[in-house]
Write a protein that binds this ligand. Sequence first.
Ligand SMILES: *Cc1c(COP(=O)(O)O)cnc(C)c1O
Length: 400
Amino acid sequence: MTEIFKGSFTQQEPIPDAGIAAALRVMQSGRLHRYNTQGDEIAETALLEEEFADYTGAKYCLAVASGGYAMATALRAIGVKPGDKVLTNAFTLAPVPGAIASVGAQPVFVGVTEGLTIDLEDLAAKADQASVLMLSHMRGHLADMEALITLCEGKGITVIEDCAHTMGAAWKDVPSGRSGLIGCYSTQTYKHINSGEGGFLITDDAEVAARAIMLSGSYMLFERHRAAPPPEVFAQIKYETPNVSGRMDNLRAAILRPQLADLAAQCERWNARYRVMEDGLRDVPGLTIVERPEEERYVMSSFQFLLLDWSAQAVADVMARCLARGVELKWFGGAEPTGFTSRYDSWRYAASEPMPASDRVLAGIVDMRLPLTFSEDDCAMIARIIRAEVSAVYQTIAAE
Ligand SMILES: *Cc1c(COP(=O)(O)O)cnc(C)c1O
């Protein structure tokens, strides 16, 4: 019997009941705006920031309207200006170069390794071109953060971390987002906690935090923040910093607080699914598993494998055969951006040099989501289907 998978790769779990109840309370109050508080009431948004600062160990946290907004705010807060260059990953998603372009700066793309992390050799080679690195922990794969920070410190490069896929992850027990000057996160539906849209920015730098808070649209109400520097830090900054509104609201914060409380347990559930996939796809000829370094504590809500040096036609055959059995794979090698996938050379607003070694890796990356609505048995079935279809296509290539 040919197994057909029936699940949806884009279906997340419902918002937990505690989040729904909290959301109803906010709606009943009518006070959705974070600065619309009564008496000594503390806004849900301010509480969420305090809890996220606590969760990551950061001194300061700002909740904002999206992950992309957090990244653009980080760039503005450290003074990136139009025309400046910003180093970033060639293997990432559109909001990353988009955040750089949104402040008028130019991305300088850095290559990707077979481990799906930023290529530190290529970073060293390009380090003299920019003084900021927007480091994307794409699809949850962490580079050697100690080596990366040492390299960047040596070159005077400020690191901003895009942790859209690494909320809850760590390198040698340093939470993702805590190695660079600023960490940015997304709470969009497809990430680790879900408020539809939303994001965070964390830092230990008081001045950066104050600028980010002013930028987000705090007017002169910054004293209602809790995970924020003291008022004296704002003394000068409040006159100098433009308002680029992108606040989070209390409704989203109310939905997120119970999810943040559950995050550690959810991360375990994601990783259990990931390991089932990993086990199911080992030792398939032609298929390369992305091995994880021991120093990395990952949170994998998606799965990637490589079909290295396969022709575009052969990869397309695998994708079509898997899709026919209900397994929706994404390919990063396609010349045209489709769905969520895109390549550095498809962002035509940002000039790029060809990177043959990275192109080879990108051409082999196959990607899928693993939402928590999938059971571990579902993941085992998905792995069996991929295994069978990759093997079938591989045999025809080998026979040619
Ligand atoms: C989702 C995502 C972001 C932020 O996205 P928003 O939709 O703006 O919250 C940033 N980087 C990566 C790699 C992402 O996937």
